[in-house]
Design a protein around this ligand. Structure first.
Ligand code: MOS
Length: 745
């Protein structure tokens, strides 16, 4: 594409366009918006993990002073929703239009919504709804759920299997025969709560054109719109979704929370209806990161070449799919890491249980898989008495190397450069002419405190995988006379806090040759824009950037032809991907990837088991930096979020019930926990199909961190930790088993 309009808007540290309003508090989030005469909505949730709802008596609630209406399953025209497939009732109970819609399958199922004059009245009345249940057998362990005869959650999914992916590559017997060293691992990972700043909230009303309108925070306005009009059986144009500011998402807002019930109440009552979830409701009633169990075995030659890998991955999907089949699809690909593995045998399952549903969360199955893959590579390095950086240099995928799914990665494969840059920039390794050597680390004077360094790397797709339709629209309008005075950009893509809108403005300014002050962005409103797809999969800068560039090129052509205003719309479609072959996994799963490596330093207190993350060096090939400050912010945010995941965040679920739904009992990192330094090593090897070479980067720095921390703990203590979270009790127990840190008696 032509470079003639380049005016250096790419790569600068433009302050975020939304910064001032957010800092001053003027920017409204959904919970801040009120409409005169609004009613309040509260949800009555399930009391059972698995039961048939025999009857619902709403008479006491309806008689409660100030209650306007109570809605149940019989009031939903098409009582189902779901992002990938619609397996969840909006409201569970008798009179449902959906087969099986009278069954609750987890404690987050909704039974009724109460609409009242005040929030207090709605809350009180929700407790007055009397629900009669007939218990059904429960299953909370995904391995138990796979057994024949286990209670079945959805009759169309035998053995509770949502998806089973297989990779069959090469000849396993030959692979194991070549292996001089074999390491086996059993890894388990826990839930993670998104813990975004703003709990779910929203407002439903009928707009001036008679559309049922929902103001809410999400990741994809057009998808929310689709799920609402499907459930209410309305034509698409009768439903409008608007996002004001979004207070964080991280995948946790990909699925519906308050959208459909707000639309239902506003539509039925033709009045504005508002709701705000408490923090407790937010933690209890939106999905989590998947707990996974990964059993795996890798073999390598004496020289350090990986020759075989096998793995079984089981992901607990909870009671509904959400995006589980896609998340486990990613884990299936990433559980062997960014390595050349000639012989591979993988089985990956997403399994229904009566637990809280699990779904998208930054990294989308990658972090769990990388914890196992990087754990295996680091154990191989130990067994081979090789440096962990050197083992990776021997095995990483290069341009043209075949992945486990039998195809090469798309052009622009840079994991080797990323690994080497990370090691070199970390100061923990001495780069030689053709090898890297660990430098020695100064230990603290206190013998109870031991420092160690760990290394891990990873890769992550950009955009949707496995043949899922992928596209993004943008519209550009050029206004003015002789000169372009204003550029109006229409692009729906959500700014969930990552800074996408600032990047859109910079890319539009660059593409049209104006300064960023002349760019006006219309966004996050289904009535103003065509779909951009979701703010997820590290995709928006890449996808919408390509759409903006395409629209700008067409608009500039019209401008030259003297059209005023010059207006053009463009849909970007990336190269096609394909699903896994059901028998072998052979596929072209993705059209682009980002590559990342991390070196970390930890200090382990062997008496208390507390692990302090001292320093993180993150090398990330982002293709092209649009805004350096925002990219650094994504690196630091992902590192700290992954630190919480690896070391602190311990969501406890018993028989499907989350026991610590509070930020006082579910601990996330604060300023006293975070590393002293996060060094961002940003590399710019262009993505051949990216706008200005952009790859996408927001998830990548999350992927390898837990594996790097586990390696650093091992470096400090000699003990491998194979589960997440690596909380002090886990560390102490593992150390004591190795006779380390025992209190003298
Ligand atoms: Mo994200 S986990 O791709 O919303």
């Amino acid at each position: 594409m032509s470079k003639e309009h380049s005016n250096n808007q790419i790569g600068v540290r433009l302050p975020r366009i939304d910064a001032t309003g957010k800092v001053t508090g003027e920017t409204p989030y959904p919970g801040d918006i009120d409409i005169e005469g609004q009613l309040w909505l509260k949800i009555r949730y399930s009391d059972r993990a698995h039961a048939r709802v025999v009857s619902i008596d709403t008479s006491d609630a309806e008689a409660y002073p100030g209650v306007v209406a109570v809605f149940t399953a019989k009031d939903i025209p098409v009582n189902e929703y779901g992002l990938v497939f619609k397996d969840q009732p909006v409201l569970c109970g008798p009179g449902t239009s959906k087969a099986g819609g009278d069954i609750v399958r987890c404690l987050m199922d909704n039974i009724a919504v109460v609409v009242a004059e005040t929030e207090e009245i709605a809350t009180a009345a929700a407790k007055l709804i009397h629900v009669e249940y007939e218990n059904l057998p429960t299953v909370f362990d995904p391995e138990a759920a796979l057994q024949p005869g286990a209670p079945l959650l959805h009759p169309d999914k035998p053995q509770n299997i949502i998806s089973h992916y297989r990779i069959r590559k090469g000849d396993m017997a030959a692979g194991w025969a070549q292996a001089d060293v074999i390491v086996e691992g059993a890894y388990s990972t826990g839930y993670q709560e998104h813990a975004y700043l703003q709990p779910e909230a929203g407002l439903g009303y009928i707009d001036e054109e008679g559309r049922v309108t929902v103001v809410v925070a999400g990741q994809w306005v057009h998808e929310d719109q689709e799920q609402i009009y499907h459930a209410l059986d309305l034509p698409p144009e009768k439903v409008r979704v608007i996002y004001p500011a979004v207070g964080g998402a991280f995948g946790g807002r990909e699925d519906m929370s308050v959208q459909i019930v707000l639309a239902l109440a506003a539509w039925k009552l033709q009045r504005p209806v508002k709701t705000i979830w408490s923090r407790e409701e937010s933690i209890l009633y939106h999905h989590k990161r998947h707990p996974m169990r990964i059993k795996t075995r890798w073999g390598a030659t004496r020289e350090g070449k990986i020759v075989a890998a096998e793995a079984t991955v089981i992901g607990d999907a909870g009671a509904y799919n959400y995006t589980s089949n896609k998340v486990l699809g990613n884990a299936n690909l990433m559980v062997t890491g960014p390595y050349v593995i000639p012989n591979a045998h993988i089985d990956t399952y997403a399994v229904y249980t009566n637990n809280t549903p699990t779904g998208a969360f930054r990294g989308f199955g990658g972090p769990q898989a990388a914890f196992a893959a990087e754990g295996q590579v680091n154990r191989l390095a130990e067994a081979l008495e090789m440096d962990p950086v050197e083992v990776r240099r021997l095995n990483v995928l290069d341009e043209g190397s075949l992945t486990t799914v039998g195809t090469p990665l798309p052009p622009g494969v840079t994991i080797r450069q990323v690994v080497e840059a990370c090691a070199a920039e970390s100061d923990y390794w001495e780069p030689g002419s053709d090898s890297f050597q660990r430098r020695s680390l100064t230990q603290p004077a206190d013998p109870a405190r031991r420092r160690g360094v760990g290394f891990a790397c990873g890769f992550k797709n950009i955009g949707y995988s496995f043949g899922f339709p992928e596209q993004s629209w943008a519209t550009i309008e050029l206004h003015g006379g002789a000169e372009i005075e204003e550029v109006i950009v229409r692009a729906a893509g959500a700014d969930v806090g990552q800074g996408a809108h600032t990047a859109f403005v910079q890319m539009a300014a660059e593409a049209t040759g104006v300064s960023t002050e002349k760019v006006h962005l219309l966004t996050q409103d289904t009535s103003e824009t065509k779909t951009s797809g979701s703010a997820s999969a590290s995709r928006l800068t890449f996808m919408t950037g390509n759409a903006i560039r395409g629209a700008a090129e067409k608009a500039l052509q019209l401008w030259q032809d003297e059209e005023r205003p010059a207006k053009a719309t463009y849909q970007y479609q990336p190269p096609k991907t394909t699903p896994y072959d059901p028998e072998t996994g052979k596929s072209t799963p993705n059209f682009a990837y980002g590559y990342v490596a991390e070196a970390v330093e930890v200090e382990v207190d062997i008496e208390t088991g507390l692990v302090q993350l001292v320093r993180v060096v993150c090398a990330n090939d982002v293709g092209k930096i649009i805004n350096r400050t925002l990219v650094e912010g994504q690196v630091e945010g992902a590192v700290v979020q992954a630190q919480g995941y690896a070391l602190m965040e311990n969501l406890i679920s018993e028989e499907g019930r989350i026991l610590n739904p509070f930020l006082s009992t579910y601990l996330i990192p604060t300023v006293v926990d975070i590393p002293v330094e996060v060094k961002s090593v940003l590399l710019e090897y262009p993505n051949p199909i990216g706008p200005w070479g952009v790859r996408g980067m927001a998830e990548m720095p999350f992927i390898p961190l837990a594996g790097a921390i586990a390696a650093a703990i091992h470096d400090a203590t000699g003990v491998w930790i194979d589960r997440i979270p690596m909380t002090p009790d886990v560390i102490v127990e593992a150390l004591r088993q190795h006779g380390i840190g025992a209190i003298a008696s």
